[in-house]
Design a protein. Structure first.
Length: 312
């Protein structure tokens, strides 16, 4: 709770975007990915479809597929025909969700060794002792490792944090068989109109997703946020190449939770998310800075989204 308290009490209030994803929030995010305005999910899927042959050519065979932020594991499972892994290691912050998803996957792929690693890799990413022990026990410890990080989830990290995570990913890949690396989806800088519509859709699903964070805080923190007293704000910040999402107070109000309280003035905001957009050149430089040796890049016809393969 220290993190939440510190964020809410800071002069510019902020909350980590990981608090979006309670059960309700995960469902709302799924609904976002189906919106007309939210192009990233379908655009990335289209790239995986149209460049499947080339992608499967650069990915090492018989690899251990490490799915970062696996969620319901559906994205990775759809790529099994392209990636052809010999083992599947799903990493996610939400353990309940993960165990369930892996069980379902086991029914469809009974022959594929699979492992659930519940951890908050946004703080630091490394394989736990138990997961490396599992790999050794299966005789898979020197297989190439393919880390899969789709959906532009990297966008939640500021560039210097992204660099740190990519360095850790590279270290995990480099610790095993040759040819391993990272397959990552990255959202691109584009017109403000397209970007802002994607984060402020006409149906208000993204607004509900943002406001749901307050419901989640009421539950985990015992706070008394009144959702009707807040509104969703999303805009593109040009010079930082990022979407910012905030919750804006519609009145002067005091919010209380055990051990603390805070006054919010009309118009005061709680910062809830950054979603960085990249130019492919800059992202390629970042991959190189993180120590990856060679990179491949695929994009869609409109050049809205990028998929990179980077060899560790
Ligand atoms: C899950 C971080 C990739 O930034 O596009 C979608 C989250 N927030 N709509 C993104 C999100 C609002 C999403 N990521």
């Amino acid at each position: 709770m220290g993190e939440l308290n510190a964020g809410l009490l800071s002069s510019k209030a902020h909350i980590s975007p990981k608090y979006f994803y309670d059960a309700q929030g995960s469902r709302l995010f799924d609904a976002i990915t189906a919106l007309d305005e939210y192009y990233p999910t379908r655009t990335e899927a289209a790239i995986f479809d149209s460049d499947a042959t080339e992608i499967s050519r650069v990915i090492p065979t018989r690899a251990v597929l490490i799915d970062l932020g696996a969620g319901n594991c559906a994205k990775a499972e759809r790529l099994f025909p392209i990636l052809n892994p010999d083992a599947y290691l799903a990493v996610d912050i939400s353990s309940e969700f993960l165990f369930e998803a892996l069980q379902g996957l086991g029914q469809r792929h009974p022959e594929l060794p699979r492992y659930a690693l519940a951890m908050d890799f946004s703080a630091r990413f490394e394989l736990s002792d138990s997961s490396t022990a599992w790999l050794a026990e299966k005789g898979l410890d020197d297989r190439p490792r393919v880390v899969f990080y789709p959906g532009s989830s990297i966008g939640n990290f500021a560039p210097h944090e992204a660099l740190g995570l990519l360095q850790q990913v590279r270290a995990v890949c480099a610790a095993a068989g040759p040819g391993g690396g990272l397959l990552i989806g990255v959202d691109r800088v584009k017109s403000r109109t397209v970007l802002e519509a994607a984060y402020d859709d006409a149906l208000g699903v993204t607004a509900a997703f943002n406001l749901n964070l307050l419901r989640h805080l009421n539950r985990v923190l015992g706070a008394d946020f009144v959702l009707a007293h807040w509104k969703h704000v999303a805009f593109y910040c040009d010079h930082k190449s990022r979407i910012e999402m905030h919750l804006e107070s519609l009145c002067e109000q005091t919010v209380r939770w055990p051990g603390a309280e805070r006054l919010f003035r009309t118009g005061e905001r709680i910062h809830t998310e950054h979603s960085y957009k990249w130019r492919p050149q800059d992202f390629q430089t970042l991959l190189t800075q993180a120590g990856f040796t060679s990179t491949e890049h695929w994009t869609d016809a409109e050049q809205w989204f990028s998929v990179f393969w980077a060899t560790a």
